[in-house]
Design a binder for this molecule. Structure first.
Ligand code: SAH
Length: 339
């Protein structure tokens, strides 16, 4: 999105406004090193800082190749809802795993018609940079073990904003119904009498392995795949997953939200009889410039993931397919498919 080549350049952003998160995401994709100097950051930017992708420095002393100062605050009167009162609605948009090329045509169209965008941290944030200046962006990201907006508060924001007669886009990573709590939002909106529509998205449970060259099914190797949350690992009394059955399922296993618990998951699967030599891979930041892929056996994966310093968000894929090395779809921008 930037006309100048920022690859390897030091870029300082001196303040934060609605467009900043999207700009930062675009700068990262273009290979810039980004420092943000504002005191208060929206949660999605805090997340990028915690993932080591952005520097937060309120008193930067270094020298920078490019300094970006957000324009003076826009008058809020510009945010006129399309029709005042009564006609508000919400569209839940699955944004895909993070590459702006992986949102659907319907999702992008909804985003372009939004009065307000209520965003998560794992949505393709670069797309926020292209929104008209009148669009309000509300950041309700949830950082695992970090800053959180409660689901109740998110539901309330959606109801309140739609109640003002606005078209609200609830912008999510992946697909809204795959561990995205989209169902709860739809129920809350329906209970409040607000029209709601869902645009499916490309889920990271399939796309992250695919971007790393791993097909979740492959003829001759596996006849299916099972997607589970690793949030609650084997042996935890809160778990409702039959990990023993998974160890014997013969399907590819795809684990989301399982970086923190990876050791317990892999050990648990081996204890339940899965071959410790089973191929496995962890893909972090799939579809972003910071994408990282680690491949190992089931037994070795937790150690190697730890050594590689991999954190959330990451998807782990376990099964014969994890030994495949198909050409990764990679970054669609590299292939000239998106700009
Ligand atoms: N609705 C989302 C999943 C939300 S749960 C979807 O369909 O993809 C959040 C988890 O999704 C993360 O902890 C991680 O396991 C996975 N995830 C989301 N985006 C990812 C990405 N770009 N790279 C790797 N994993 C990702």
């Amino acid at each position: 999105m930037f006309e100048i080549d920022v690859t390897g350049r030091e870029v300082l952003i001196t303040g934060v406004d609605e467009a900043t998160t999207g700009q930062v995401a675009a700068l990262l994709r273009d290979g810039a090193h980004v420092t943000v100097a504002a005191e208060q950051l929206p949660t999605s930017l805090v997340d990028l800082v915690e993932r080591g992708l952005v520097t937060h420095d309120v008193d930067p002393q270094g020298s920078y190749d490019l300094v970006i100062a957000p324009p003076p605050r826009r008058p809020t009167a510009a945010t006129e809802p399309e029709q005042a009162g009564g006609s508000g609605r919400v569209t839940l948009v699955g944004g895909g795993p993070g590459d702006p090329g992986l949102i659907t045509v319907a999702g992008l169209a909804a985003l372009r018609e939004a009065d307000v965008v209520v965003t998560d941290r794992l949505a393709p944030l670069e797309l926020l940079a292209g929104l008209p200046a009148s669009v309000e962006v509300i950041d309700v990201a949830k950082i695992p073990r970090g800053e959180q907006t409660s689901q109740e508060r998110i539901n309330q924001v959606l109801v309140e904003q739609a109640g003002l007669g606005k078209h609200v886009v609830r912008f999510k990573g992946g697909d809204p119904y795959v561990f995205g709590r989209g169902g709860e939002e739809v129920l809350a909106l329906s209970a409040a009498g607000i029209p709601v529509r869902v645009v499916p998205g490309v889920t990271s449970s399939i796309a992250a392995p695919e971007l790393a060259g791993i097909p979740v099914t492959h003829r001759g190797l596996t006849q299916g795949f099972t997607v589970v949350s690793g949030h609650v690992p084997p042996g935890d009394p809160r778990s409702t997953v039959d990990w023993s059955a998974l160890a014997h399922s013969g399907t590819t296993l795809v684990v989301l939200m399982g970086v923190h618990t990876l050791h317990r998951i892999c050990t648990g699967l081996v204890e339940h009889g899965m071959d410790p030599a089973t191929p496995a891979a962890t893909i972090a930041d799939a579809g972003l410039a910071s994408q990282q892929v680690v491949r190992a056996t089931l037994a070795d994966l937790p150690r190697i993931v730890k050594e590689a310093g991999i954190g959330s968000p990451a998807v782990t894929v376990i099964g014969a397919v994890a030994g495949e090395h198909l050409p990764g779809t990679g970054d669609l921008a590299d292939q000239g498919l998106v700009r």
